[in-house]
Design a protein around this ligand. Structure first.
Ligand code: SAH
Length: 218
């Protein structure tokens, strides 16, 4: 019986579909990107379990496929979108966004992770992602405005610089709340107004920076 990664990936996509992911572009991207190549070799066998997050080193994790799909769907990315991702990590979420959007700007504060992610995306021939090492809580002003911004680390509150860098009609998806428990929050910008709604509960590693959590000092 076929039990290869491709088969497992299809099963994952079916699980996502039945759990309420309806955006075909998101499902197609999740069916196309080889998630097992974004996790350390010893965790590959769990790469397509839709509700398991995996350690990627440096104390960071790659989110559960379920969460990646929900965030991407909430970001409502289309073929013309310019997207900012805060927290490159393994590069998996960036690859999913890049499969749908025109261009993805992704920022990461840990240089080693950024370097590995870039290597990975280059190896897959993904050419519409630009990765930069910096404090993403301040956004990437030079490339703004963005049609969508996806933050993949938990913030104490919605980082104001990110809202400012949204295009008119743009959406920011960000986990907000205390260190051990957040809610996925969607901020939509309409002219000078913003509208906020909550999607689902989540648990992310901390967003550390000027408009995030302060770095731990010992
Ligand atoms: N999206 C990633 C998961 C990232 S985990 C993936 O698909 O694999 C969250 C990441 O956010 C970590 O790599 C962490 O280093 C990074 N991060 C935390 N605070 C940040 C900040 N202020 N700016 C940029 N990256 C940050």
């Amino acid at each position: 019986m076929p039990r290869g990664f491709e088969y497992q990936r299809q099963r994952m996509v079916e699980a996502l579909r039945s759990s309420g992911i309806t955006d075909t572009a998101v499902l197609e991207a999740m069916a196309a990107v080889p998630r097992h190549l974004f996790v350390p070799a010893q965790w590959r066998h769990q790469a397509y379990a839709e509700d398991i997050s995996i350690n990627i080193g440096q104390g960071q994790t790659i989110s559960q496929p379920r969460v990646v799909a929900a965030m991407t769907q909430a970001a409502a990315v289309g073929p013309e979108s310019r997207v900012l991702e805060v927290g490159t990590g393994s590069g998996y979420q960036a690859a999913i966004l890049a499969a749908i959007a025109r261009f993805v700007f992704s920022v990461e504060r840990i240089p080693e992770l950024a370097r590995e992610a870039k290597k990975r995306l280059d190896a897959f021939g993904v050419s519409n992602v630009s990765i930069k090492v910096m404090d993403g809580t301040l956004g990437w002003r030079a490339q703004a405005p963005y049609d969508a911004i996806v933050v993949t680390a938990g913030a104490p509150e919605v980082p104001a610089p990110l809202v400012e860098q949204l295009a008119d009609g743009g959406r920011l998806v960000v986990p907000v709340g205390p260190l051990d428990h957040q809610v996925l929050t969607i901020v939509e910008r309409r002219g000078r107004r913003t509208r906020r709604r909550v999607l689902q509960e989540a648990c992310f590693v901390p967003l550390i920076g000027r408009s995030g959590w302060k770095e731990e000092r010992r």
